[in-house]
Design a protein around this ligand. Sequence first.
Ligand SMILES: Cc1cc2nc3c(=O)[nH]c(=O)nc-3n(C[C@H](O)[C@H](O)[C@H](O)COP(=O)(O)OP(=O)(O)OC[C@H]3O[C@@H](n4cnc5c(N)ncnc54)[C@H](O)[C@@H]3O)c2cc1C
Length: 339
Amino acid sequence: MVMNSENQWEMVSLLLNARFAMSVTDLVTGDTRMPVLRGEIRSDEPMSKHTSWRVGGHADHYYIPADLDDFTNFLQGSPHESITVIGLGSNLLVRDGGLRGTVVALHAQLNDLRLIEQNQSGGLIYAGAGVACAKVARFAARHNLAGAEFLAGIPGTVGGALAMNAGCYGSEIWEIVAQPQIINRSGHIFIRQAGEYTIGYRSVELQHELTSTIEPEWFAGGYLRLPHGEQTESRQRIKQLLTQRVDSQPLNQPNAGSVFRNPPEDYAARLIEACGLKGCSIGGAMVSPKHANFIVNTGNATATDIEALILMVQSRVMKATGIELRQEVRIIGDARRLT
Ligand SMILES: Cc1cc2nc3c(=O)[nH]c(=O)nc-3n(C[C@H](O)[C@H](O)[C@H](O)COP(=O)(O)OP(=O)(O)OC[C@H]3O[C@@H](n4cnc5c(N)ncnc54)[C@H](O)[C@@H]3O)c2cc1C
């Protein structure tokens, strides 16, 4: 439902349902301090529609902000609501009991993609959190900027990639981040420096002394600095990386990419395969026979099936090799809906 003055009453009832902490009097009297939300709000939204595994329970509420300003207004109008920000859901397992509070989906909305500056040595790109990584790779190539080609095969958003330090084939997004743009729980938008984070393999954390004093925050976008390159070479590289993926990954079945991080000096896929787990399944979830670090939904998997298979793989690998496989995918939500 798009918020406008005609359906303000409907909005009141939705917001009340959602236990939003805003004054009903303000809404009913049309108090001008309350900006009208321009995004779309849904209730009881199946998260299976928004995750690449195509499983998961319902979110109490699901908000698609119209743009960054609208996201700010939404956050300011719902100060007590529990918020989960997602991109394309390509690294997410939402449990079957679903998510309480509001899921805010940024993909395709915070989609500003601009060349900020360019000179002989390179250029600076701004990409909103909702822009698909593949779009950034093609945009950079078109402007003769090198080093973003690896993003072409990552089926997530810039926001998700920043949160995960997504990467492949020897490159990671934070290697090209000049400054992330942040939106915090109060709806303030500001810039941080890359040096304020501890960046690791698929891990990004605000430095400890900062986290103890601040409110929750999310990536609203990022400034990416790239060296000068050649368009044809970048396009060639993108093509080559995409072919490599099609050859090695089960892209015809719902999945969430690599389930586990590679342990130091080894590969999760090698360990899983060595333990004879390729093709192993629980319910509709199966360890892909094509790539052992992928778990695929063969058609009727539940999040419970997938999580049980993740635990089984971890335990079998630990038993056989003594190595602990740590998850790369994020698991969120309630195991079972409480009534
Ligand atoms: C076929 C396939 C191949 C893949 N290959 C790769 C690969 O090569 N390398 C790789 O690194 N990953 C890979 N992935 C995993 C996934 O695409 C990446 O982790 C991607 O960066 C996730 O982006 P997303 O927008 O889908 O994030 P989501 O899955 O929507 O979210 C992931 C996490 O980030 C958080 N998040 C999302 N947006 C924001 C934001 N704006 N601010 C703060 N937190 C946010 C979410 O809350 C969640 O915790 C692959 C996945 C698939 C399905």
